[in-house]
Design a protein around this ligand. Structure first.
Ligand SMILES: CC(C)(COP(=O)(O)OP(=O)(O)OC[C@H]1O[C@@H](n2cnc3c(N)ncnc32)[C@H](O)[C@@H]1OP(=O)(O)O)[C@@H](O)C(=O)NCCC(=O)NCCS
Length: 155
């Protein structure tokens, strides 16, 4: 695709990333009725931008951000054979560019970064009804693992 670049995000991208974060919230709202009506925040973007334990990637077309995603190295459960894993999040592609393999590009970039940090186990969370995202992740090789279940006993 013409003029497509992928790079690590920096502080100058902060305002744009806040807008993209809200786009992810809106995309997931149909899958979770408990998301706050206003002021739902998903990520600590400033921390992700510092880059000590994370790589926040952005894809640009003609110097405009059209896709995001991060990998963050996290401590794994003590019961697991790996001490650390990479967690992927903030996966978003602007609607007009979906289905073109742009998320694949982002994920491959994040997986390469994780491998370079010596991390070989990669995790992410996705709503079970988010079929487009699940298909995209399966194409990379992800398979379903833990299922979160919930119950509201308030009424
Ligand atoms: C999930 C998302 C990031 C995928 O990005 P993308 O760039 O479209 O993904 P890719 O082009 O790499 O997709 C690869 C596969 O995903 C599947 N896919 C993509 N868009 C799809 C759609 N609208 N419906 C069904 N499957 C879809 C296809 O199987 C596709 O492979 P194919 O084109 O060879 O058939 C994008 O749909 C998105 O931003 N969604 C809204 C935000 C979101 O839900 N983020 C995920 C949070 S966990």
């Amino acid at each position: 695709m013409e003029n497509l670049t992928i790079r690590t995000a920096n502080l100058q991208d902060y305002e744009a990333l806040l807008t993209f974060e809200q786009a992810v919230v809106e995309a997931e709202r149909p899958f979770n009725s408990s998301i706050k009506a206003e002021g739902a925040v998903y990520y600590d973007i400033k921390h992700l931008l510092k880059g000590d334990d994370a790589n926040l990637a952005v894809v640009e077309i003609n110097e405009e951000i059209i896709a995001t995603g991060y990998a963050q190295i996290r401590a794994s459960k003590k019961s697991l054979s790996h001490e650390k894993h990479a967690y992927l999040g903030f996966m978003f592609v602007a609607a007009e560019y979906r289905g073109l393999g742009i998320n694949k590009l982002v994920m491959e970039n994040l997986i390469d970064w994780s491998k370079a940090q010596g991390i070989l186990d990669i995790y992410l969370d996705v709503y079970s009804e988010n079929n487009a995202a699940i298909k995209a992740y399966e194409k990379i090789g992800f398979t379903p693992s833990l299922v979160e279940m919930k119950l509201n006993v308030g009424t």
